[in-house]
Design a binder for this molecule. Structure first.
Ligand code: ADP
Ligand code: MG
Length: 379
C-alpha cells in the first residue's frame, strides 16, 4: 500500500495550499444538475480554512476541446459560495478560497507538461491531492504539481483509499461483486482481477448479454460486444466460473427506446428484434438475496437502462438490497451513484465512492500515479 502524508502532517497556517479536487460535475445549459462531488469536496476546504490556510482549488471539468465556455468552472465556484456562504474567488482574486479555471483549458494538462505544472503550482506552498476520481491519470494537476510542491493526500482521497482498501486485503466474507452498466470492456480488468478474490460475481446491465451470448443463449438485439466473446467464454469455462451469476429473466423491449413495449422473458431466449433493457423480477429477487447474505459487497454499474422509467426496477432492487446488508457496502461509478441518490438510498451505503474509473483501477490492484507520486514526500 502506498504511503503518503495527511493534511495533519502539513503546517498550513498562513500558507497557500493548492487543492486538486474532483469537481467534474454534470452541467446542462449552465446549470449544475448534480452537486454530489462539490458537497463531498467542501469539508476539506473547511479544514484548511480553519487552519488559516489560503485555499486554491483546481479541477478538470468534462473533456473540453480548447477553452470551451460551457465547461468553465465558474458555476462550480458559485455553487461552493451558495452552499457555504463564503466569498469565493474565481480564477484570480484574493479571497481566502479561490477556484481556478478548468485545468483542461491548459494545453499541457493531459500531457503532464512541466511548464503547465509549474504554472498551476506557482504561488502555492503546498499541494493537497483530494481528487480520487482523477488519480488514475498522470496529468499536470495530478502528478506534475505533486512533484513540485510538498504534497499530502486530502481526507476525501484518504477515505476512498481506506474504504476500497478494505475490499482488497482481509475482506470479510462472503464478498460479492455486483457489476452492470453498458460494457464488458470497461470492466474487464476488474472482473479478471477480482474473480479469484470474490465469493460471487453478479452480472447484470448491458454487459450480461455478452456472457449469455458467449455461452450459447439467444439475446435478440441486446448489446453484445463481439470482440469480448473470446475472453468472456474463457471466464465462463475458467476456474472461477461457478462464481458467476447471470440473470435468468430479463425485461426486454421491442426496441431500444424509453417508450418501447416491454415484457419479461427468459434471458437465454430473447425473441428476435427484442432488446434486454433490465434484469427481470426473479433475477432481482435472486440478486437481492445473494447481496443481503453477504458481509462485503461492491457494486458498480446499473442493472438496466435505469434512465428510462420502465427499466429501473432491477437497479432499484439491487440498491435496496445493498441498504439491507449488515456488513460493509461500497458503490462506485457515476451512473450507479446517481441512481442511488435518485432513490434517496445513498445514506444506507457504507461507502459511496466519488471515483468511477479510478475506483475500478484501484480495485484491479493497479498503482495509481496520482497516489504513487505522493510517496516521495514521506520522510
Ligand atoms: P457507472 O457510471 O455506474 O460506472 P456505466 O457508465 O458503466 O455505469 O453504465 C451505465 C450505463 O449503462 C447507463 O447509461 C445505462 O443506460 C447503461 N445500461 C445498463 N443496462 C443496459 C442495457 N441492458 N442495455 C444498454 N445499456 C445499458
Ligand atoms: Mg457511467
Amino acid at each position: 500500500m502506498t504511503r503518503y502524508l495527511l493534511l495533519d502532517d502539513l503546517s498550513i497556517d498562513g500558507r497557500t495550499v493548492l487543492v486538486r479536487s474532483d469537481l467534474n460535475v454534470p452541467i446542462e445549459e449552465g446549470e449544475i444538475s448534480d452537486d454530489f462531488r462539490i458537497q463531498a469536496a467542501i469539508p476539506t476546504y473547511e479544514r484548511l480554512l480553519a487552519g488559516d490556510a489560503l485555499v486554491r482549488v483546481c479541477s478538470h471539468l468534462g473533456r473540453p476541446k480548447g477553452q470551451d465556455p460551457a465547461l468553465s468552472l465558474e458555476p462550480v465556484a458559485r455553487r461552493i459560495a451558495e452552499i457555504t456562504g463564503w466569498e469565493v474567488g474565481f480564477d484570480d482574486g484574493d479571497q481566502k478560497l479561490t477556484v481556478m479555471e478548468n485545468t483542461r483549458f491548459l494545453d499541457g494538462e493531459i500531457s503532464n507538461d512541466r511548464a503547465t505544472a509549474r504554472r498551476l503550482a506557482s504561488g502555492a506552498d503546498l499541494f493537497v491531492q483530494d481528487a480520487f476520481g482523477s488519480v488514475h491519470r498522470a496529468h499536470a494537476s495530478t502528478v506534475g504539481v505533486a512533484e513540485l510542491l510538498p504534497s499530502a493526500a486530502g481526507p476525501l482521497l484518504d477515505s476512498e483509499v481506506k474504504a476500497l482498501g478494505r475490499l482488497l486485503e482481509g475482506v470479510e466474507r462472503p464478498f460479492t461483486l455486483v457489476l452492470g452498466g453498458a460494457k464488458v470492456s470497461d470492466k474487464l480488468g476488474v472482473i479478471e482481477h477480482l474473480i479469484p478474490k470474490v465469493d460471487r460475481m453478479l452480472i447484470g446491465g448491458g454487459m450480461c448479454f455478452t456472457f449469455i451470448y458467449a455461452s450459447g443463449g439467444e439475446v435478440g438485439d441486446s448489446l453484445v460486444e463481439e470482440d469480448m466473446l473470446g475472453v468472456v467464454a474463457g471466464l465462463m469455462e475458467g476456474d472461477h466460473a461457478r462464481k458467476l451469476v447471470l440473470p435468468g429473466d430479463v425485461v426486454a423491449g421491442d426496441r431500444f427506446a424509453e417508450d418501447a413495449e416491454s415484457r419479461v422473458v427468459s434471458a437465454r431466449s430473447i425473441p428476435d428484434g427484442w432488446v434486454g433493457l433490465d434484469i427481470g423480477p426473479e433475477t432481482s429477487a435472486r440478486f437481492g438475496e445473494q447481496i443481503t447474505t453477504s458481509s462485503s459487497v461492491f457494486w458498480n454499474g446499473p442493472m438496466g437502462v435505469y434512465e428510462w422509467h420502465g427499466f429501473r426496477d432491477g437497479t432499484e432492487a439491487v440498491a435496496r438490497a445493498m441498504g439491507d446488508v449488515e456488513g460493509f457496502t461500497a458503490v462506485g461509478g457515476g451512473d450507479s451513484v446517481a441512481a442511488l441518490r435518485d432513490l434517496g438510498l445513498a445514506e444506507t451505503i457504507s461507502h459511496v465512492s466519488t471515483g468511477g474509473g479510478a475506483g475500478l483501477e484501484f480495485l484491479e490492484g493497479r498503482v495509481l500515479p496520482g497516489i504513487a507520486v505522493l510517496e516521495r514526500w514521506v520522510e
